[in-house]
Ligand binder design. Structure first.
Ligand code: ZN
Length: 339
């Protein structure tokens, strides 16, 4: 990506081992993220461009001399952040704050919308899948690199437990995975706030019990009606815009919790006053999806959850620029890339 709206497919040098802790994977599937749409809308021109993409599954082609756990030929899930797996924050299950870590698809580290990608700290970062996985499971496995883990993080932070009432703000791929996560954690009522009919249909399939298509004050009123005037125990904020955050805090019941995973587009957290007076806990942030892969994987392999259904379009590498456009125009929910 060179600037807003300017995505090109180019031949670049093959990634290779730089540090002895690196691996190189051949990407079998990658995708375009909702968060890639922020630079797609706003990025300033860059002469060197940015190799995009932070979600992938693939096969290990090469490993550095110090890589112990990951082997050539392993089929692996690549979480969107790399981490050593050994530092104090990794031990806390917060690999996105790894002292030696970082993120794929940035100006420093090349991304995965490519044929191959260099993986720093391969032993800590990659999750090898030793069980045989059917081709039909690949889209769902791919979601474990970001959106399913991110939706799950929102649900964990929002303290979703059996019997709770939950609202999900946002009907993008993360919001839809948030519905799956809430259902999986035993929520009794799951209200999706969204207005795109294809996404709402999928949300209902995933376990949403109610739909609120209004926005702003009307949405708040509607959620109150659906919750005996109380608001919900748990809110999953999966957008990142000021209005979404204000809505999220306003629909939480007193003593409730908001798990925010939408990448914030403002410097301050909105809704300070209602959050304060209603004792609404506001937490969350960039999701440590590496910590959740093991837990979510078994449900994917057993077919209990099918987050891969969020992909409604598949393109080759040449189709990536149009994939961005389609997601930005809300023509596609999430675009899978098969390099
Ligand atoms: Zn670490």
């Amino acid at each position: 990506m060179y600037s807003a709206g300017d995505v090109r497919i180019e031949n670049v040098r093959d990634p290779k081992i730089v540090e002895p802790t690196d691996a190189v994977i051949r990407v079998t599937r990658a995708c375009v993220c909702g968060s890639d749409l922020w630079p797609y809308q706003k990025m300033e021109h860059s002469d060197t461009g940015r190799v995009m993409g932070h979600e992938a599954i693939g096969v290990v082609e090469d490993v550095g001399a110090d890589v112990r756990r990951i082997k050539r030929g392993d089929f692996v899930i690549m979480p969107f952040a790399f981490s050593d797996g050994t530092c104090v924050f990794c031990h806390d299950g917060l690999q996105t704050s790894c002292i030696h870590g970082g993120f794929f698809g940035t100006t420093e580290v090349a991304g995965a919308q490519a044929e191959a990608v260099r993986i720093p700290l391969a032993d800590g970062t990659l999750f090898p899948l030793h069980a045989h996985a059917d081709d039909a499971l690949m889209p769902s496995l791919l979601t474990l690199s970001d959106v399913m883990g991110t939706g799950h993080h929102a649900a964990i932070i929002a303290r979703v437990t059996p019997g709770k009432s939950v609202a999900v703000v946002g009907d993008g791929a993360v919001g839809l995975c948030g519905v799956i996560a809430a259902k999986r954690l035993g929520a009794e009522q799951i209200i999706i706030l969204g207005r795109h009919s294809d996404r709402i249909t999928l949300a209902k399939d995933f376990g949403a019990t109610d739909v609120v298509s209004e926005r702003g004050d009307a949405a708040v009123e509607r959620v109150r009606e659906l919750t005996h005037g109380c608001g919900v125990h748990s809110v999953l904020e999966c957008v990142g815009l000021e209005q979404a955050m204000n809505t999220a805090i306003s629909i939480a019941r007193p003593g409730g919790a908001v798990g925010r995973v939408g990448v914030p587009q403002e410097q301050t957290i909105p809704g300070s006053e209602p959050a304060f007076y209603n004792n609404v806990m506001v937490g969350g942030g960039v999701a440590p999806v590496r910590a959740y892969i093991r837990d979510l994987l078994s449900d994917v392999l057993e077919g209990n959850i099918e987050p891969g259904r969020v992909f409604d379009r598949t393109v080759g590498l040449d189709g990536v620029p149009d994939g961005y456009r389609a997601m930005n125009d809300r023509e596609a929910i999430k675009v899978m890339v098969t390099p």
